[in-house]
Design a protein around this ligand. Sequence first.
Ligand code: HEC
Length: 150
Amino acid sequence: MNRQLVSLAALAIIVIGGGLTVYALRQDTPAASDAANATDRPAAGAAMAEVRQAKLAGADILGETAFNAKCAACHGANAAGQNGVAPPLVHKIYEPGHHGDQAFFLAVENGARAHHWPFGNMPPVEGLTRSDVGNIIAYVRAIQRANGIE
Ligand code: HEC
């Protein structure tokens, strides 16, 4: 009787211990697979495009300051995008022939509905004059050209 109890307790310990081990291993699995995926796609918040710096002059420089103040929080430094937040504007989709300057003025004034990316809508951006936005466009076009997007 006593022996039976002892072996029952031993069995319970083995079963519970084994279960805990499996549970602990499973907890590790998602992190491990995330690490594996990290080589396939950029992590959240990471730049989405490799952007070559542009030589800036005149309006581009004013545009850079305004861009950094009003757009970079979402579109990232150098308009390289931020994964999970907003797309790179240095991207073929935004070349002048596809998203002309008017698309930029409209996006700033009215916001933009998510349609190219899974990042949600862009809200309207307050506090910029039309000439500020013109400078921002000049800046973005300068980086686009430096990266072969014309
Ligand atoms: C709160 C985040 C956020 C801010 C701030 C922001 N954007 Fe956007 N923007 C987005 C997202 C997200 C999209 C992608 C929408 C989509 O899926 O096509 C976008 C798209 C755009 C587009 C493409 C619009 C179209 O017609 O497809 C332009 C141009 C643009 N942004 C310019 C700007 C400029 C210029 C600024 C700064 C004045 C700015 N954005 C600030 C989030 C933002």
